[in-house]
Ligand binder design. Structure first.
Ligand code: ADP
Length: 415
């Protein structure tokens, strides 16, 4: 093989120096694809001895699978030679003498010597760089996996934390609720005790008058009986009755209040013929009215309602006895019953002493008595009870009153 011409290329000392000492491998290849000369690095890269590459077909330095394609590529280059990088953007693989493949980077150039094309390939073994790149890629991938795992961990920890917080919050709420319940129970207990204490003091005060009235009437009845004074006997029998009624109503109020406080009142709704209901109220209340007082009733006798008769009776009982107590003798008490828009409206109107305006806002407070109640007996409990009964039925109580002229109390309950 004639290598003198290409070698003559490198006869120039400076050029030889460069050729020999280049850190890249240089292969010079003729048009047929035979290696004309390789510099020491080129030989070293491919694992060949000195001058051993000279005359070797370039394709021998490629893995077999690329060789066919490379021949075409080489021909194409020979037809339009121009300096450029080879395989830009993709990995190039070369083959060492010992059969080991390795990654390379190649730039191509050419020259013409005595009219013949001589292709120069500048080759770098990029195994180390590739390794480093791969390692970097792997560690990047690892990093991404770690990051994802970390994110997952953070997420699951956050969830666990949320759960713990939620649990704690629930516990706190539960504890607060229990505390409130206990406090409520305690408060109720305290109120009940207060009520009992007040009851004892009111009872001892309120009971004294009717009891002594009963006692004196009883002994007077004895005397009038002996003397045959029937009118006076009747009067004292009446006095005894009303005293007993008053005592009963006080006891009833306390009983109702106790039950309301304990929340043990059941609501038993049933259909109710208004006429029967009113008749029984009239019958029960009329004997308790003052001399000459009478009950006037306005209602539609065909009306039927669906409600709790016992609670309605207690409401009416209280309102009618107030109307009687706080009105003079001979006055009429007007009861009105009406069914309107899905509600039952009852009102009790009197022509009594009325309620002073400044007292009106306290009227439903427990133990409250208006400033004009004077020596009319009472405990200040009735209206509080009536209000709570009305509310128990899902209703309300209102009133209008003019001091000295009378009052009207209205209860509206859904039916
Ligand atoms: P009491 O046992 O004192 O009658 P209530 O709770 O029934 O208790 O009534 C509270 C106060 O409201 C009464 O003390 C009285 O001053 C006033 N009151 C209630 N009803 C009437 C009424 N129809 N006319 C005038 N004042 C009334």
């Amino acid at each position: 093989m004639d290598v003198s011409a290409p070698l003559s290329l490198v006869t120039d000392d400076a050029f030889r120096e460069i050729f020999q000492s280049m850190s890249e491998g240089i292969l010079m290849v003729d048009e047929s694809g035979k290696i004309v000369i390789a510099n020491p690095i080129g030989e070293q890269i491919f694992g060949y001895d000195k001058n051993e590459l000279t005359g070797v077909m370039l394709e021998n330095l490629l893995p077999e699978r690329f060789r066919g394609r490379h021949v075409n590529f080489r021909k194409g280059f020979n037809e339009h030679p121009e300096p450029r990088r080879m395989g830009f953007g993709r990995d190039l693989t070369a083959l060492r003498k010992n059969g080991v493949e390795f990654p390379v980077e190649i730039s191509l150039s050419y020259t013409k010597v005595q009219g013949k094309l001589l292709v120069m390939a500048f080759i770098s073994d990029i195994s180390q760089r590739k390794k480093a790149e791969d390692a970097l890629k792997r560690s990047e991938e690892q990093l991404i996996i770690y990051a994802a795992e970390l994110e997952k961990k953070v997420q699951s920890r956050t969830e666990a934390l949320h759960k713990t917080i939620q649990k704690l919050e629930n516990e706190v709420t539960e504890r607060k609720r229990a505390e409130e319940e206990a406090r409520g129970a305690l408060e109720k207990e305290r109120e009940l005790n207060e009520l009992k204490t007040k009851f004892v003091s009111i009872a001892s005060h309120e009971f004294r008058t009717p009891l002594s009235a009963v006692l004196s009437s009883a002994s007077l009845i004895n005397q009038y009986n002996e003397r045959g004074e029937k009118d006076k006997v009747d009067k004292h029998v009446q006095r005894i009755k009303s005293s007993v009624n008053h005592l009963t109503s006080i006891l009833n109020d306390f009983l109702s209040l106790g039950k309301l406080e304990e929340g043990v009142i059941d609501i038993n709704k049933d259909s109710l013929k208004l006429r029967d209901f009113i008749d029984s109220i009239r019958e029960e209340m009329s004997p308790l009215l003052k001399q000459g007082q009478q009950l006037a009733v306005e209602f539609d006798s065909e009306t039927e309602i669906y409600s709790d008769a016992r609670i309605l009776r207690n409401i009416l009982f209280n309102l009618i006895s107030n109307a009687s107590k706080y009105s003079p003798e001979q006055k009429t008490i007007l009861l009105k019953f009406e069914k309107r828009n899905g509600a039952f409206i009852l009102s009790v109107q009197d022509e009594g002493i009325g309620i002073p305006e400044e007292d009106q806002k306290h009227l439903f407070d427990r133990f409250f008595r208006a400033s004009n109640s004077g020596n009319v007996q009472g405990t200040g409990l009735g209206l509080n009870i009536v209000k709570r009964y009305a509310e128990l039925l899902g209703g309300i109580i209102t009133f209008q009153s003019n001091s000295g002229k009378g009052s009207i109390f209205t209860v509206t309950v859904p039916i």
